[in-house]
Design a binder for this molecule. Structure first.
Ligand code: UDP
Ligand code: MG
Length: 328
């Protein structure tokens, strides 16, 4: 099979309620574009009927290709696998739940033809999300922008188009705790954004509970900033400076006055305060060390159980060894 012009990569985790509608919308948009295309679904260990539905689609439509993970590896890993296996000259990553309108792909392709390597979609309005999600997301993207050196655009998810050379660049990254949207900013080339208003989830519930959101946010911060570590140093300085003053004061009282100090309350306050600061900084250091340990183990990023619609030599797992850089 020769390379299609466009690949659409969709991560799927328990999306049985949206797959039919998603397929219809993706096919009708892609057909309207007048370009050859393929749809690459990555089933991220769904426990519902998603894989059954995807298998049916792959059997009926040659442009559908499915990677079936051996278990749930997470959203960021799923889109990585999709980008690894996509063959298109341009690759679009899109959520399954139709919160990202497929109709935007046409505009992205236009920008790509103008010569952009990355066309990302900026969420101008987020109707579908809860107030809590909107508020925390807005805060997170702005915080991240302040503390990183990489220019990560605010309010931008993983819905974006990437050119072939941007995709090849992304394949050079072997990071385990991946924050894909940060890596895409890191690679540079010509990037531009288009705005859209994010609609509601078509059906089903969010697959990003608070626990996953926090982990995701920490991945973003830890992989793109040392500011938390520098904060720890800063706290250390402040605490040392304060204790130095405290020492001077205690010595003065002891040598030059007759005051007897009962002091249980002040002792407790100081001990608890220092204990808290120590545990906090230890925790920050731990976030980095935990991820270092993850990186050095060099486990494979994902394992593929089945691959439908792929040549046989492409099937199977991604090798655990770091991928050698391909042509650029
Ligand atoms: N997803 C995935 N693996 C996971 C969690 C989510 O592949 O462990 C997929 C999910 O099927 C969807 C996309 O990631 O296509 C975004 O998830 P969701 O829409 O639930 O996130 P939200 O829009 O609520 O942030
Ligand atoms: Mg969603």
């Amino acid at each position: 099979m020769e390379r299609p012009c466009l690949s659409v990569v969709v991560p799927i985790f328990n999306e049985e309620q949206v797959i039919a509608a998603l397929y219809r919308r993706l096919t009708s948009t892609s057909e309207g574009l007048g370009a050859t295309y393929e749809l690459v679904f990555v089933n991220d260990g769904s426990t519902d009927r998603s894989m059954v539905l995807l298998t049916e689609l792959a059997a009926a439509d040659r442009r559908v290709r499915v990677l079936n993970f051996s278990r749930n590896f997470g959203h960021q890993v799923a889109i990585t696998a999709g980008m690894d296996h996509a063959r298109g000259e341009a690759v679009v990553v899109i959520d399954a739940d139709l919160q990202d309108p497929p109709e935007l792909i046409g505009l992205m392709l236009e920008k790509w033809r103008e010569g952009y390597d990355v066309v990302y979609a900026v969420r101008e309005r987020r109707e579908g999300d809860t107030l809590f999600k909107r508020a925390t997301a807005a805060f997170f993207y702005r915080l991240l922008k302040r503390i990183t050196h990489v220019e990560i655009p605010v309010d931008t998810g993983d819905f974006r188009l990437m050119s072939r050379r941007a995709i090849e660049a992304m394949k050079l990254f072997n990071e385990r705790n991946r924050f894909v949207r940060g890596l895409v900013s890191w690679i540079g080339f010509r990037q531009t954004g288009i705005t859209f208003s994010r609609s509601e989830r078509f059906a089903g519930e969010t697959k990003y509970p608070l626990r996953k959101m926090i982990r995701f946010a920490l991945d973003g911060i830890v992989s793109f900033s040392f500011i938390p570590l520098q904060l720890a140093t800063f706290f250390g300085f402040i605490a040392s400076a304060m204790s130095f003053l405290g020492i001077l004061w205690v010595v003065y009282l002891r040598l030059f006055t007759q005051e007897t100090i009962t002091g249980w309350a002040s002792m407790m306050v100081i001990m608890l305060f220092l204990g808290g600061v120590q545990l906090l900084t230890l925790g920050i250091v731990g976030e980095y060390i935990g991820r270092i340990s993850d990186e050095v183990k060099r486990r494979p990023l994902y394992l593929i159980q089945d691959a439908l619609g792929f040549d046989s030599r492409e099937d199977g797992a991604r090798p655990p060894a770091p991928r050698k850089s391909s042509h650029m």
